[in-house]
Design a protein around this ligand. Structure first.
Ligand SMILES: *[C@@H]1O[C@H](CO)[C@@H](O)[C@H](O)[C@H]1NC(C)=O
Ligand SMILES: *[C@@H]1O[C@H](CO)[C@@H](O)[C@H](O)[C@H]1NC(C)=O
Length: 416
């Protein structure tokens, strides 16, 4: 592989992985790590049809960087995506951040947008012999509350989204010619990331600070792990794993880091979905958890975020919380009423206009449900030697994120 490879990033524009990785590979100041970078997603960036933050447009201005809008559900579009421009060598590192992250999508959309897109991209990458293909999986799982779970354990995929995100690991894993490495990520958060459970909770915490009221959770404190990872580490670990894989190749990577990816789907789907391996096929692929050292729990995240805004984090009493929890779908509007109105008021009162912010204090049913993620992160450290850049989710790091939003007019600046 050349010192400075050509790199392809697929998807991940909306939830930020593509933007974070682009900034790592082609820094605003400093030497680029790549000779050419193409980023491909379904959105337009001129003008943006999804939130992309104020830093990414500057990365796009760099000579080595190209953004291309394409529909990766279409096989010919995928093929063209892998054709480099004239004079550019074939892509050797490919980062697959594709897939639909909206938890409530119907099954056929998850199949088309998550499973099929991964299948088409993986197949093309294998055909072209790319040196590394890094695939990221979102935390659509329910981990047992006790302990941290390593890569030998497969928690239960969560709902339709979880089923198809999990299935992509088997679809890609079955491609023995693909130099695949899989990242199983905790809850991501970071600057310029608005589509994330953690950003949502952070926004709501600020509302309670503004209202000078405690923010109350529906879920009793318990253990309730909600492990996190900063987008600097999504970028850092993705890049480190790509270099690791490029030096090894799939067979050797399977030998040192391969895990069996169990079947968690309806066997009847095998005949319907192209690329889906049989239920009894044994699929082995290199798999790494990605989470920080913060061992974030609901209580820890709640306390850190609330204190940043001078609020306290609290829990509803058992009777009230049980009443809400058993009929979440019915009470979601009622729960949101207070904080959505107050957030609108904060935006209106802001000294800096922020009419176009995409941050929202609205918590949908998924955000209000209980989610437990506890991923042990030792394997990435011991096998790849990766050092976390943001090991703890501290108040300072969260403040840095909020300050960046304030600067670009995404977050209200209030007199106080
Ligand atoms: C992408 O292509 C699929 C299949 O042709 C089509 O159904 C879908 O509408 C296209 N999406 C967009 C955003 O054009
Ligand atoms: C899924 O893809 C198939 C095949 O391209 C298409 O016929 C179908 O309409 C798509 N369904 C949805 C919900 O996008």
């Amino acid at each position: 592989m050349p010192d400075r490879p050509s790199v392809l990033i697929l998807g991940g524009l909306n939830w930020g992985a593509a933007r974070g990785l682009a900034a790592l590979l082609v820094p605003l100041d400093g030497e680029p790590k790549v000779s050419y970078l193409r980023i491909v997603d379904k959105y337009s960036v001129h003008p943006p049809t999804t939130y992309i933050g104020s830093e990414f447009p500057k990365v796009l201005e760099k000579d080595q960087v190209e953004y291309r809008q394409a529909n990766l559900t279409v096989p010919t579009a995928v093929e063209q995506t892998f054709d480099p421009p004239e004079g550019v060598p074939p892509y050797s590192l490919v980062f697959d951040f594709t897939g639909d992250i909206n938890f409530s999508r119907p099954e056929q959309i998850q199949i088309n947008q998550t499973a099929t897109v991964a299948y088409l991209c993986g197949k093309e990458a294998a055909r072209r012999g790319v040196k590394a293909y890094v695939r990221l999986i979102h935390p659509f799982y329910d981990c047992p509350e006790k302990g941290a779970h390593d890569e030998k354990e497969t928690p239960k995929p969560l709902g339709v989204a979880g089923t198809w995100w999990h299935e992509t690991m088997r679809i890609l894993g079955a491609m023995k010619d693909l130099n695949l490495v899989i990242i199983r990520s905790a809850f991501t958060y970071g600057p310029y990331i608005s589509v994330s459970l953690m950003s949502n909770v952070l926004t709501v915490a600020s509302v309670y600070g503004y209202l000078k009221k405690p923010m109350k959770s529906l879920w009793s404190p318990g253990k309730h792990p909600m492990n996190t990872v900063h987008t600097d580490d999504v970028a850092g670990a993705s890049y480190a794993l790509a270099l690791w894989m490029a030096g090894l190749g799939r067979a050797e990577a399977d030998r040192v880091a391969g895990e069996t990816i169990p079947f968690h789907n309806d066997p009847a789907k095998v005949a319907e979905v192209e690329g889906m391996p049989p239920a009894d096929a044994k699929i082995v692929a290199p798999l790494f958890n990605l989470s920080d050292d913060n061992e974030t729990t609901l209580l820890k995240a709640g306390n850190t975020m609330c204190r940043l805004f001078g609020a306290t984090f609290d829990f509803y009493n058992f009777v009230t919380s049980a009443m809400f929890r058993f009929r979440l779908e019915d009470v979601v509007e009622e729960i949101n009423e207070a904080h959505v109105g107050a957030w609108a008021e904060m935006l209106q009162k802001s000294r800096v206009p922020c009419a176009n912010t995409t941050l929202t204090a609205y918590m949908d049913v998924y955000s209000l449900q209980k989610h437990t993620i506890a991923f042990a992160n030792g394997k990435l450290k011991s096998i790849v030697g990766y050092n976390l850049k943001r090991p703890q989710m501290t108040q300072e790091i969260l403040r840095e994120i909020v300050d960046k939003w304030k600067e670009e007019g995404s977050w209200p600046v209030l007199d106080e």
